[in-house]
Design a protein around this ligand. Structure first.
Ligand code: PLP
Length: 357
């Protein structure tokens, strides 16, 4: 069997969730959209079910997948409904929709819920993606409360730059949110995604919405002590399937982008960009070979990649190579490739997943 795998540590997932809730102080919505950032939404939701206050997903299809797997906890549709037909399913499955646009609000007014519905009303506090502006938010708040069946409204907003530790924009967004909420009888609020809740104490409200941090990664432009407590959840690994002993001046792989400058041992690893490893990871991107630091050399192929074994005389066919996980941080690999941990995680495909509880 092809040795490429993603090993997923569900204990680490639970540890990270508990960290989010401890920091947040109250309730934490575990964001499992995009198949739990590539970790498997059903498996992750089941692993968290006993602890969790609720789940966050991007769309109703993702919510129904969880309900069909027996997940009974609250589920928030983070972008709300895409059309009014979905409200029947929202009602039937007891989902909690975000209301972020006038169209979503009108749909709810035309199809009022038949059983108590909790709504998350979104303010655009400065990201300018989804959400009502300040005046529209107060008006939407009143219209929602006038609807029979609306049993509670959580006031929410989303931060655009919480990963930039010295950026004033985050405090401005939080100020804007508080200015809009303070005249309203708001009892539950939600601001922080992972970066917000890790690095910005003022973003820790009744509800926090951790996504990336659940999977053990973060992305900050400087040190963040809270993020050091995260445990990586997914280890992407494969094995060496062949070794080449090359003299100096020999090119390796497509394009001959890497040329040996001395006698070099090259290991061929059974994992490539069709598995979700970044195709343009440069020579020097860190890997771990049998538990010791190593480096990628040459261009990544679809099904294989090559590593430098010159400093790994003990390594050979069958040796374990970790591409990211507990020894190589996914965020570091992402940084080398000009991408993000979000992108690498959600881009995983083809590799077999192995869960450990
Ligand atoms: C995806 C998402 C989150 C989680 O974001 P992370 O940066 O992964 O923690 C939180 N809130 C909303 C509205 C989202 O769409």
């Amino acid at each position: 069997m092809r040795p490429a795998r993603a090993r997923i540590d569900l204990q680490a997932l639970r540890h990270n969730y508990r960290l989010a809730r401890r920091l947040g102080g109250d309730r934490a919505l575990a964001v499992v959209k995009a198949d739990a950032y590539g970790h498997g939404a059903v498996a992750c939701a089941q692993a968290l079910a006993a602890d969790v206050d609720g789940f966050g997903v991007a769309c109703i299809e993702e919510a129904l997948q969880l309900r069909e797997a027996g997940i009974a906890q609250p589920i928030v549709l983070l972008e709300g409904c895409f059309d009014a037909d979905e409200l029947t399913l929202v009602d039937r499955h007891g989902l909690w929709p975000v209301v972020a646009t006038e169209a979503q609000l009108q749909a709810l007014e035309r199809h009022p819920p038949t059983r108590p519905l909790r709504v998350w009303l979104k303010l655009d506090s400065g990201m300018h993606r989804l959400g009502f502006d300040a005046a529209g938010f107060a008006e939407a708040w009143r219209r929602l409360h006038a609807l029979p069946g609306v049993a509670g409204v959580v006031a929410m907003t989303h931060l655009a730059r919480a990963d930039e530790l010295a950026c004033a924009h985050t405090a401005e967004q939080i100020d804007a949110f508080d200015r809009v909420c303070s005249p309203l009888p708001v009892s539950e609020t939600s601001i922080g995604n992972s970066a917000g809740l890790l690095a910005w104490p003022r973003a820790r409200r009744e509800w926090v919405r951790p996504g990336l941090m659940l999977y053990g990664a973060s992305r900050f432009d400087g040190p963040c002590a809270e993020a050091e407590e995260l445990h990586p959840v997914l280890t992407l690994e494969s094995r060496i399937i062949a070794v080449r002993e090359l003299g100096p001046g020999e090119p390796v792989g497509y394009g001959g982008t890497y040329v040996t400058d001395a006698p070099t041992r090259i290991g061929v690893v059974a994992l490539g960009y069709a598995d979700g490893y970044p195709q343009f990871a440069p020579t020097g991107t860190p890997v771990s070979i049998d538990g010791r630091p190593g480096r990628l050399v040459g261009r990544v192929s679809m099904d294989m990649l090559t590593v430098d074994l010159s400093d790994h005389p003990q390594a050979g066919p069958g040796s374990q190579v970790q591409l990211w996980g507990d020894r190589v941080r996914v965020a570091e690999v992402a940084a080398r490739c000009g991408g993000s941990a979000y992108q690498l995680m959600t881009g995983l495909k083809r590799v077999a997943r192995e869960y450990r509880d």
